[in-house]
Design a protein around this ligand. Structure first.
Ligand code: DC
Length: 449
């Protein structure tokens, strides 16, 4: 029989982040039921139907097909379209809260939720999982935090996205949703009698996840799946932070200008641009030939990149420093601990940027791909995100009108090759695969001759 963990609690208590972290550590599937309600809200709002109009919402249900797929992280599909990012706006949050009060909507999703739980070891998060959806779940947890603390966390997230909402508005929104969720007639938010209460107000994400894993292991006797030493906890990124339209517009505009200039200056060509994901939050792993490499790579990524650069590079001339900063360089000082660099990298991915990493760590003079370091695998495994291999090819040194080829390879996710944790063996496997892919791209010419 599968193990079912019901995780309920109010909006903004950090359920989804915590559930993802705990699921990754225990080898469970994470199921986000809020995303299902959001998807229904997204569909009806798109059709011009008010989420308050229960008759019209009910009538639309037969047109809706929702699927959850695990593609490294959970992705939600509405009638075949990936809507995972589109359902994370304040308007959809409020719409979801409203449609979730309609009994037919709840009945519509109940079958799907029970079905997933019957087939997998899961952590399912929502409002009524312990009380209605999985009343027989082996573990029930009610995760909460004070409304002020939840508003504080949400406010910071929105600010980073450039959202103009004030703290007072965010708090009012949380209070309103709490009220809606606890006062509706059907399946209101409440703690199941046999649920363990966890209050995260004064805890960090890490401490909360530890606490939840502890409750689950105590109740089920299920030990962490991987006994081997994990270098860092897996924390799949959510990719929900989007860059503002203005930033994207400016970036794209300038990128095309720089692209034009590079075409004038070098005899540059790009291959495999169809492999470049349209969204951000991906790792680009490339061989390292010159200081121009991050720019070469960024010229065909639609979302800005970030990359680690030695502190010394920021002391070059103003033009060079300006250029590398524009293309997202962040300084890494030699003295800084590895974990701090990984944390900064994950933050950049969370913010929706693409992260460029040169696994060799240093530039290759003869164009041969040297051995890779493990950092690239660690970042990708912690974030459980896509890795796009890149090969940069030119002979000798860069010079005016030099022939340069930039090849983007097929993206790979750690999960796809069975890498779900950060134990040394998994990291080595992932690193070797990444280096193999990069080498394949760099040596393509040689092999084709
Ligand atoms: O967890 P969330 O913020 O993504 O949820 C969106 C809305 O859906 C929330 O206002 C309450 C509702 N919901 C629900 O009623 N029952 C669930 N099991 C999950 C979410």
């Amino acid at each position: 029989m599968s193990i079912n963990v019901a995780l309920d609690g109010p909006s903004g208590a950090g359920k989804s982040t915590i559930a993802k972290m705990a699921a990754a550590r225990l080898g469970f599937v994470y199921v986000d039921t809020g995303a299902m309600y959001r998807t229904i809200a997204y569909y009806v709002i798109g059709k011009g139907i008010s989420p308050d109009d229960s008759e019209a919402v009910k009538a639309a249900l037969p047109e809706i097909n929702i699927e959850l797929k695990n593609e490294g992280t959970q992705q939600v599909f509405l009638n075949g379209e990936n809507v995972s990012d589109l359902i994370r706006t304040p308007e959809i949050s409020m719409g979801a809260s409203k449609v979730s009060a309609i009994p037919e909507v709840r009945a519509f999703l109940l079958g799907l939720q029970k079905d997933i739980a019957a087939k997998n070891d899961i952590i399912m998060d929502g409002r009524d999982i312990g009380t209605v959806v999985l009343p027989d779940a082996q573990v029930k947890i009610f995760l909460t935090a004070s409304a002020e603390e939840r508003a504080n966390r949400r406010f910071k997230e929105l600010q980073e996205k450039g959202d103009p909402s004030t703290y007072e508005e965010v708090l009012a929104d949380i209070n309103q949703r709490d009220y809606n969720d606890t006062h509706r007639d059907i399946a209101p938010l409440k703690q199941a009698e046999d649920a363990v209460l966890v209050d995260s107000s004064a805890l960090t994400l890490e401490e909360t996840a530890e606490e939840i894993v502890k409750v689950i292991t105590e109740k089920t006797g299920k030990k962490k799946e991987r006994r081997v030493r994990e270098l860092m906890p897996v924390r799949p990124i959510t990719k929900t932070h989007r860059l503002t339209h203005i930033k994207m517009f400016l970036y794209t505009f300038l990128r095309f200008i720089v692209l034009g200039l590079y075409h004038l200056f070098y005899d540059i060509s790009f291959e495999g641009t169809e492999n470049v994901p349209k969204d951000g939050g991906n790792v680009f792993a490339s061989n390292h030939r010159s200081y121009q490499d991050p720019v070469f790579i960024a010229l065909h990524t639609r979302v800005p990149i970030s990359y680690m650069a030695k502190e010394e590079l920021f002391k070059h001339n103003i033009f060079f420093t300006g250029l590398i900063k524009f293309f997202g360089a962040f300084p890494v000082s030699r003295g800084k601990g590895d974990t701090a660099v990984i944390d900064t990298s994950i933050e950049k991915l969370e913010k929706g940027r693409n992260l460029v990493i040169f696994p060799e760590g240093t530039r290759s003079k003869d164009g041969k791909v040297g051995p890779g370091k493990t950092g690239v695998a660690l970042v990708a495994a912690v974030a459980q995100t896509k890795i796009v291999p890149v090969g940069i090819v030119f002979e000798g040194k860069l010079a005016f009108r030099k022939k340069v080829t930039v090849r983007y390879g097929k993206p790979l996710t750690p999960a796809e090759i069975g890498v779900k944790g950060t134990d040394p063996r998994s990291l080595k496997k992932l690193k070797l695969r990444i280096m193999e892919d990069i080498t394949g791209l760099v040596e393509k010419d040689v092999n084709e001759v």
